[in-house]
Ligand binder design. Structure first.
Ligand SMILES: [Zn+2]
Length: 243
C-alpha cells in the first residue's frame, strides 16, 4: 500500500493520477499535518505563478518530481521530528512512524523546491531588471536609433539616449558564425575600440545595454574566435556611426 502522506509533493504539483488525487483529497480532510504542509507547498508554487510564468518551468517541475520519487524510495528513518501535537489515543501509535517519515519527506521536498524557486526567481529578477533598463532607454524622449546591415547577413541596431546616458545594441544575425567563432560588439571612442561583449558560440541574436554609450562615436561588429577577443582582429562586419 502506498503511504498516502507521501503523495503530498506530487499532489501540490498536480502530478497525481485521478485515483491518487481522489485518495489524497479524502485524506486531506482528516490529516491536519498534510493540510499544513500542503498550504506551505501551495504558497511556494504560487510564487512561481507571479511574474512571467503562468506555470512552473517544465525543467523545475521535472527536477522536483525526480526528487520526490527519490525521497519516496528512501527507507523510513526515525530522525528528530516533533510528534504531532494532537494525541487521539494509543491506536495512533502504530501509524506514528509512517507519519513522521512522511512529514520528513514533505519537508525535504519543500526544502529542495524552495531552493530551486529561489534560484529561478533570482534569474527571473535579473532578467526583469535588464528588461526594465532596456525599456527605459528605448522609451527615453531623446532616444536616437541607427541601424546597419551585417555583411554576414542580418542587422545591428543601436539606440542611444543622452538623458539615460546609455544605449542598447540589438544584434540579429541570419545565423550564428561557424563553430569556434562568435559575434563580438565594440564601442569606438576617439578611434579606440573597447569590447561591448561577445555572443556565445551558436548564438545569433543579442540585446546589450551599454552604459555611457552617448560618449562613443561608433559601434562595430566583428566575428572573432570564441569566446571573445581583447581587440578586433577581423574586418568589420558592420559599423554604425552614432555621430
Ligand atoms: Zn497526511
Amino acid at each position: 500500500m502506498t503511504d498516502v502522506h507521501s503523495l503530498i509533493g506530487a499532489y501540490v504539483l498536480d502530478a497525481l493520477d485521478d485515483i491518487d488525487r481522489a485518495t489524497f483529497d479524502r485524506h486531506l480532510r482528516d490529516c491536519e499535518v498534510c493540510r499544513q504542509e500542503a498550504d506551505e507547498l501551495f504558497e511556494v508554487t504560487a510564487r512561481l505563478a507571479d511574474g512571467a510564468w503562468s506555470v512552473p518551468p517544465p525543467r523545475l517541475r521535472d527536477n522536483v518530481l525526480a526528487e520526490i520519487s527519490t525521497i519516496r524510495q528512501l527507507p523510513p528513518t526515525m530522525v528528530a521530528r516533533p510528534q504531532p501535537r494532537s494525541r487521539r489515543g494509543m491506536r495512533l501509535v502504530a501509524a506514528a512512524a509512517a507519519l513522521v517519515t512522511a512529514a520528513g519527506a514533505a519537508v525535504a521536498v519543500y526544502t529542495v523546491q524552495d531552493q530551486r524557486v529561489r534560484d529561478a526567481q533570482s534569474r527571473l529578477e535579473a532578467a526583469q531588471a535588464s528588461e526594465a533598463r532596456v525599456r527605459s532607454i528605448l522609451g527615453a524622449p531623446d532616444v536616437q536609433t541607427r541601424s546597419e546591415t551585417l555583411k554576414s547577413g542580418g542587422r545591428v541596431t543601436v539606440s542611444s539616449s543622452r538623458l539615460q546616458n546609455a544605449g542598447v545594441i540589438m544584434l540579429t544575425a541570419d545565423s550564428a558564425p561557424a563553430a569556434g567563432s562568435v559575434y563580438q560588439m565594440w564601442t569606438i571612442r576617439s578611434g579606440a575600440p573597447a569590447s561591448a561583449g561577445a555572443l556565445r558560440e551558436g548564438q545569433s541574436a543579442a540585446v546589450q545595454v551599454v552604459e555611457g554609450l552617448p560618449a562613443v562615436s561608433n559601434v562595430g561588429v566583428t566575428i572573432e574566435k570564441a569566446p571573445e577577443s581583447a581587440t578586433p582582429t577581423a574586418p568589420l562586419d558592420a559599423l554604425v556611426n552614432l555621430a
